[in-house]
Write a protein that binds this ligand. Sequence first.
Ligand code: FE
Ligand code: FE
Ligand code: ZN
Length: 275
Amino acid sequence: MLHIGCHLSSADGFEAMGKTALEIGADTFQFFTRNPRGSKAKEIDPQDAAALCRLLKEHHFAPIIAHAPYTLNPASAEAKTREFALLTMQDDLKRMEYVPGNLYNFHPGSHVGQGVEKGTQFIIELLNEILTPAQTTTVLLETMAGKGSEIGRSFDELKRILDGVKLNGKMGVCLDTCHVSDAGYDLTQLDQVIAAFDKQIGLKLLKAVHLNDSLNPPGAHKDRHAVIGGGKIGTETLSGVINHPALKNLPFCLETPNDLTGYAREIKLLRSLYK
Ligand code: FE
Ligand code: FE
Ligand code: ZN
């Protein structure tokens, strides 16, 4: 069975997201842990979180994905910016334990001129500070498009981060189809891309896929998502992604420019393409 969902608003709380997901035919979803600008998070209502946990279990959801605010920069040259990322992510991980056993995805960050090496070191330091042996959440590095000075635009850059993390059993990777295409991986050659991932990172670390089309051709480094079939990757190639033997059991999450009706339509389409 295809595990698929989309990005949902967390404005009405946890259980509301579960109910919305069911309404649009999803069995996973993603949400921002807080306002994407990274401001203070709403207090968690333990009963609301418990209600979501019951719903997820009852309807056999795949793991759900919390997304860190994309404005955080764990690789910043500024100590204050790194500290803010650290405190925010540490708090998010504490909150994630209200919905145990799920995924927490973040953008590794941008080195803003100081170099990949230095930025990578900062990301590793942050992870080694916030990961705890007791946590049940798996933290995912997202593959990035390579816009500006983004780190994580190649499997090798992600591997270098993973290699420095002490509690690496708590880590994984989320592959974003728009981002990897923009980074220069040609998804029409999917077997090769997956072989490269396996060689450089290891397929068992791949825990989720962001399923997006891209407005731009491979290697564009732009990061502009398109609806499924509305971009340069195309429906056929994305159908190949959900059906690939190495990927087909992962949770897929749409981050396409859509309202809920559009998401429901894409989920239906992708379910019909799943073999
Ligand atoms: Fe993202
Ligand atoms: Fe993404
Ligand atoms: Zn993106």
